[in-house]
Design a protein around this ligand. Sequence first.
Ligand SMILES: [Zn+2]
Length: 138
Amino acid sequence: MVQRESLSLLSNNRWRSRIEHVVSYIHLAIKQAVKSRCRYRFGAVIVKGGRPLAASSNIARNDPRIDYRHASVHAEEAAVRRVTVTRRAIIYVARVNIRGDLMIARPCARCQKVLALAGITWAHFTTSNGLETMRIGA
Ligand SMILES: [Zn+2]
């Protein structure tokens, strides 16, 4: 039953197109994560009106006073800093490990605040077995 409903969703062009967009943008986020030079490799892409506006990896900081937890500018925040108009935008966040496997990339509490302030409404993020979606600032 569930399977039949899923199939009918996939045969609906509007849904198929949306799913294809989600996959293509998360792929862009994965490419950003692969480029990261940090120990934990994250990438983020901000999309608005069906167009990618900004993308970034997380960025290492070189300040020894910063504790390990805050050792990088998170990819979400780095991407937000690269655009001015983020209202009603969607962010795609990916994390890969050293072997290139997808890992959980749920935005942290701090990034969720940054995203909410920027007006970003949804986040799609990788997990170790696929994708999850969360509402921002709800
Ligand atoms: Zn974060």
